[in-house]
Write a protein that binds this ligand. Sequence first.
Ligand code: FES
Length: 145
Amino acid sequence: MSFVFSKENLLRIETLKKRYPSPKALCLPCLWMAQHQEGYISIDAIDTISEEIGIAPMEIYGVVTFYTMFHLEPQDKLNVQVCKTLSCKLCGSDEILKHLEGKDVKISHVECLGSCGTAPVMQIDDVYYEELNPEKVDEILKSLR
Ligand code: FES
């Protein structure tokens, strides 16, 4: 197993273990830490998380493949997740999607991100970008490169 959590992340995991009543609840925070640390979730990282929190690797793999924000391979492009659900659709997500076409990003259409009041919304990694318009999207992408 070649993936090892950083000392900082191991401390965070120990702190979280005291906060959560079930090890399953630590799965998502551990996956975020692994992805931030390596840029993606490797099979070795899944095995390490499995040992840390006592959940079968296959269960963790199921979580990784369920959520669009986790990656099983290194990403060469920004993963821009654009909400396509009703509030965002009514507030211009189609215009945002059209604007993103042709840009050097990976576009994912996702269901409600839970921020309908600030539609249209997109998510890049674990950060939400809200009340979007094409100009704002360009500023965001420029700031991330
Ligand atoms: S509909 Fe887009 S965040 Fe809820």
